[in-house]
Design a protein around this ligand. Structure first.
Ligand code: 5MY
Ligand code: ADP
Length: 285
């Protein structure tokens, strides 16, 4: 039986009779193909990527595993529709904190319709996309002090300016994300830092983007996840995955400078948070 994902933070959501993704209880995420070119384009990307021998193995891990397209009962009650069957990135997490960050200083790309171009330009300038090369698209953080999830309204998230984006990235690794007080960044060193942390993963991705010319990842997001349930091994299981390939184009031998630049800018924000939280620990507060 498919159900609405509990931890989806952005994009089209399967509620109020709308079309959106579903999950099963075996770790799979079913993303419906939208009735326009977007769905087909994304499925085409997954097909191409899965069989592309030029993608290094260590880079594949940054993408959800693709299990093909299957007919499934759509969330909007319209009957059976084709869905891309993907690895559910948050399955197996008990209390995941999740954040979706759309990378790039523009979401439009050559040859889009004037209508789409105008829509993108408007959103890109109203958010931090143009200025920072990324924008926070959605987040849901487990507040360990309050023992509940905290999720700001979508309109609030899309209104973040530079300080808002920085604050969200600090809150993401804090034990007090919903408080009005300063986020404590209590988990920065475990989640962003360390050899299994998010920064290391982003740097590995960056190294690939320095030279890869296979694809241009327009309007694509980095999904960050980690666990808040304290298990025996204290493992945060921090993950970085790229999602949303509805607007990916062939790279045609050209570097994806839009994604690469945004990724570098994003990395700098994470490094700054790590540095400032390290200094706080060293100073004893
Ligand atoms: O429908 P909206 O206004 O929520 O916009 C969607 C965006 O949500 P946002 O408001 O930026 O959080 C959404 O952004 P996210 O995936 O949420 O970052 C997409 O841009 C989506 O367009 P597409 O599927 O990428 O072509 C956008 O969908 P379309 O409006 O293009 O269908
Ligand atoms: N493979 C996945 N596993 C788990 N969650 C996912 C996966 N893909 C997407 N999501 C969730 O769905 C949200 C929207 O995904 P996205 O592919 O951007 O959809 P849309 O095309 O509707 O914008 C993401 O922010 C994330 O929360």
């Amino acid at each position: 039986m498919l159900k609405v994902p509990e931890h989806q933070v952005a994009g089209h959501i399967a509620k109020d009779g709308k079309l959106g993704p579903l999950v099963d209880d075996r770790g799979r995420f079913y993303k419906p193909l939208q009735g326009d070119a977007r769905g087909e384009n994304e499925a085409k990307f997954y097909e191409s990527f899965s069989s592309n021998k030029n993608v290094p193995d260590h880079i594949r891990g940054y993408f959800p595993v693709y299990h093909g397209v299957q007919l499934a009962e759509a969330s909007d009650g319209s009957g059976k529709l084709p869905h891309m069957v993907l690895e559910d990135v948050v399955s197996g997490y008990v209390k995941p904190s999740v954040m979706d960050v759309k990378i790039g200083s523009r979401t439009w790309y050559p040859d889009v319709s004037e209508e789409y171009f105008n829509k993108c330009i408007k959103k890109d300038s109203a958010t931090t996309t143009v200025y920072l090369g990324f924008r926070v698209s959605g987040l849901k953080i487990f507040d360990c002090q309050e023992s509940r999830f905290w999720r700001p309204d979508k309109r609030v998230v899309l209104a973040y300016k530079v300080d808002g984006a920085r604050m969200a990235l600090r809150k993401f690794v804090s034990s007090n994300p919903s408080a009005d007080s300063v986020p404590d960044c209590a988990y920065a060193s475990e989640v962003y830092g360390g050899s299994n942390g998010i920064l290391e993963k982003l740097l590995e991705l960056k190294a690939w983007f320095e030279t890869q010319t296979l694809y241009h990842f327009n309007s694509c997001s980095i999904l960050m996840v980690y666990e808040n349930e304290s298990g025996g091994d204290d493992e945060r299981r921090a993950q970085v995955k790229l999602v949303d390939f509805a607007h990916v184009l062939d790279g045609n031998g050209v570097i994806d400078h839009n994604f690469f630049g945004g990724l570098c800018s994003f990395i700098k924000f994470i490094q700054d948070i790590l540095e400032s939280s390290d200094n706080r620990c060293e100073n004893g507060h």
